[in-house]
Design a protein around this ligand. Sequence first.
Ligand SMILES: [Fe+2]
Ligand SMILES: [Fe+2]
Length: 208
Amino acid sequence: MKVSTKVERRIRNYSPQGGLDQTSLIFLKLSAVNHPHVKAHLERVALLADESAKVLKKDNKAAFFGGLLHDVGKIILPYQLFDGHDIDTKEYVEVKTHALAGFEILRDLHLFSACCAGIHHALYKKGYGLMVKDFPQDWSVDTIRKVLDISAIISICDFVDAFTHRKTKIKDQSDSKSPNLRGMLKDKYSNDQGTIDVVLRINKELNM
Ligand SMILES: [Fe+2]
Ligand SMILES: [Fe+2]
């Protein structure tokens, strides 16, 4: 079965509350117009995050929708930024705005997924985007912990998928000390070794 068909079925089967299924389907349709690479990436990250969260005994439905929506901020950026060419430092500054843009787009639609989108690049060394201090002030510690747990899974799935599929290289961002995926993950997510192991294994099994 095609990845996009699998994702669409899963969206409907999960039948989430608050119209999140319709929101997700609309964003996928919109991203298909100018951002087919982003759409394919969102779909793979959603499935990878879902299956990884199941193994890690976390809320896999939250991981699925968080993964599916984590890069919606990209669809308001020029598609040329994601066409596979090597982007320069100036373009990278523009690309980095997608995290906070995603948070803004989603915050009134689904706050949990909005926070996952905002923070997914802030969970590793030298990251960017939303900070924990920007989370709603009335959230309990348990809710904050859950967003961080799910976002860490999404962030690692995101990195693995980008490494595996994306052709774009960012100039001046190459890291010669960490030439392989596991090494780069270990360096970036030093506190998440267990999650890294699971995501790498599931990524291999799903073979998308
Ligand atoms: Fe991203
Ligand atoms: Fe991403």
